[in-house]
Design a protein around this ligand. Structure first.
Ligand code: ATP
Length: 591
């Protein structure tokens, strides 16, 4: 049976209407409480997904944010006498602030990615728990909510808590969906796949991670506030329990952590499955069976249930729909060009100026004071023996690594102190020697992301989709748009790197060994492409070992040796210089 998107939306609206009306129909409190638990876990798991699912920063500290919400509400309502409803936004604020404060410290450190982030957030839970239990916030005895006047809309207290839980779950899903569809979501998904590359492509990674963490904390805090009213008596042991992070992680993985609805789907399935085995003679056996079934489902569907179901649904819908003509990739050239791209103009002054660029990796001097000017509109080849510092210089210009000393200016403006995403916003784009594509994004999404985050200034691009399609067509990848990078060969992966860099509309394009590993005909194709790119007004610096391409393309050649600029000039003459022949080409190659 084919269900259209419209009928799916109508069904969702009808289910929501029934759920919101339920407390007014005289439904027993037992059912309301049962459904509240589903909403509670759905909201909590959804909040986890905003940072951890999208950006891949697995937090095991969700109990800290949830607990901060529980105790903010309990403390303010039971001890300070604030109206309970007012404590919910306050709890959200406290938990968001806690997440933001932790994020400000840990997100700056590259060494705290992956498992270290998980462990660190877990330990934060115990620190917060210790603070709560050793201060008057709890004092070791727990906090009773029995004296707190709780709202009774929905005809009773359980009805009101049910409605609050439902509102929170719906709100969390709406926020998570909105995040995923925004620039923030696109940036978070890129961070998930390769944070350093995301930053170089223009994603302000620190700001985005902080925003996601704060949103995640806020929803968890609000969930904690409502849960405080639900349980009526809060204790440190129950609140800061390892169960919270373990459950939300499991729920999110089962449902699909990279989809906005995935964690809530997982939460619903697990909560309902576990509730079937709360009592009776075989409760333990039943719960073990549920756990086993979970393991099997996760092994069979590593991306989660929701993406799989949606993929099938979309496939059926597409098959049922009459085929529409494909949208053309056409785009006005003005939109595709670099923001301030100008055609090549000899003597127009340097676009890029490197002064005394030095880079040390511990005791190793990779660059030893390189002075180099790149003229506006030229193609400059950067050559030299292995380990001479070519890629390091590209990394310095794109902001990938900070300089040890020296300075780099673009268009007369110093860029060497900027973050990589700020360098990208000044009009610098690069490719990687070994393509570093976002492996969970389609080829189209890879290029679109660079269209969204590239380009000078902060004006959002009007039609990033059209720009992505344009550059995919330009690089001959239009028919690969919907594929994942893993399905491409090396040549295609390198051309996706090209398309991504071009979608950023750069003034300065840095190409790091784009021809390495390509067949002779693929090299010819790439040479042709590079010529066309320059004709569009882009200045190009390219690192290359394929001499045929260097001679065919370069206006000038810069030769590096042991981190120093050995020679600079027109290709033919520079390649014949005895010192260049000596250190790089060898007599036979120079002939
Ligand atoms: N992240 C890093 N940490 C430590 N050393 C590094 C790092 N990156 C580069 N190096 C070292 O710096 C020196 C210059 O390396 P670089 O990759 O810039 O050379 P290259 O000229 O691009 O070489 P190739 O042609 O082989 O790519 C090498 O000795 C390399 O080992």
């Amino acid at each position: 049976m084919v269900v259209s998107s419209r009928s799916f939306r109508l069904a969702t609206a009808a289910v929501l209407a029934v759920l919101f009306a339920l407390p007014y129909t005289g439904a027993p409190d037992f059912y309301l409480s049962y459904l509240y638990i589903v909403f509670f876990w759905a909201a909590l798991a959804t909040s986890w997904g905003v940072l951890s699912g999208y950006a891949g920063y697995w937090s095991f500290g969700h109990a800290a944010f949830f607990g901060a919400g529980v105790y903010t509400a309990a403390g303010l309502a039971a001890k300070a006498g604030l109206p309970f409803l007012l404590t919910i936004p306050l709890a959200a604020g406290v938990s968001a602030a806690l997440a933001g404060a932790i994020g400000l410290v840990v997100f700056r450190l590259k060494s705290l990615r992956g498992e270290f982030f998980a462990l660190l957030t877990l330990s934060v839970t115990y620190v917060v728990a210790a603070i709560v239990s050793n201060t008057p916030i709890d004092g070791g005895g727990g906090v009773y909510m029995s004296q707190v006047p709780l709202p009774t809309f929905g005809t009773s207290v359980p009805g009101a808590i049910y409605l609050l839980g439902l509102l929170l779950a719906v709100g969390a899903l709406a926020v998570s969906r909105q995040v995923l569809r925004s620039r923030l979501g696109a940036g978070l998904l890129a961070i998930h796949d390769d944070e350093d590359v995301a930053e170089v492509k223009g994603v302000p990674t620190l700001r985005y991670k902080l925003a996601a963490f704060a949103i995640s904390g806020a929803i968890a805090g609000a969930a904690g506030a409502i849960q405080a009213a639900y349980v009526g008596y809060v204790t440190v042991g129950d609140t800061f329990s390892i169960t919270v992070p373990l459950y939300v992680v499991l729920m999110s993985i089962l449902g699909g952590a990279r989809h906005w609805a995935g964690p809530a789907v997982g939460a619903t399935l697990i909560t309902v499955a576990l509730s079937l085995f709360v009592g009776g003679n075989h409760a333990e056996l039943g719960r073990a069976g549920v756990a086993l079934a979970l393991i099997v489902v996760i092994l069979v569907l590593p991306q989660g249930i929701t993406p799989r179901l949606l993929a099938r649904f979309r496939k059926e819908e597409a098959q049922a729909r009459p085929a529409r003509p494909a949208r053309p990739a056409a785009l006005t050239l003005a939109a595709a060009r670099p923001a301030s791209g100008r055609p090549a103009a000899a003597g127009d002054g340097p676009l890029l100026e490197c002064r005394g660029v030095t880079k040390r990796f511990g005791g190793l001097q990779a660059l030893a004071g390189v002075d180099l000017q790149v003229r506006r509109g030229e193609i400059l080849a950067l050559v030299g023996p292995n380990g001479s510092g070519k890629s390091t210089l590209i990394n310095m210009i794109s902001g990938h690594f900070p300089l040890s000393s020296g300075s780099i200016e673009l268009d007369g403006e110093r860029i060497s102190l900027l973050e990589p995403h700020e360098v990208a916003r000044k009009g610098v784009a690069r490719t990687y020697q070994i393509p570093r594509l976002f492996e969970h994004l389609s080829v189209f999404e890879n290029v679109r992301l660079c269209a969204v985050f590239g380009g000078e200034g902060d004006q959002p691009l009007e039609d990033p989709d059209a720009l992505a399609r344009h550059w995919l067509a330009f690089t001959g990848l239009a028919d690969k748009a919907q594929q994942l990078p893993a399905a491409l060969n090396l040549h295609e992966r390198k051309f996706v790197e090209f398309a991504r860099a071009l979608a950023a509309r750069p003034k300065l394009l840095l190409l790091d060994e784009v021809l390495c590993g390509l067949t002779p005909s693929e090299v010819d194709q790439a040479v042709d492409l590079i010529r066309k790119i320059r004709a569009g007004g882009t200045t190009i610096v390219f690192v290359e070992h394929v001499m045929r391409a260097v001679v065919a393309l370069a206006d000038r050649v810069a030769v590096l040796d042991q981190g120093r600029l050995l020679a600079l000039g027109a290709p033919q003459e520079t390649m014949r210089m005895p010192e260049v022949v000596d250190v790089y080409l060898g007599v036979a190659h120079a002939a």
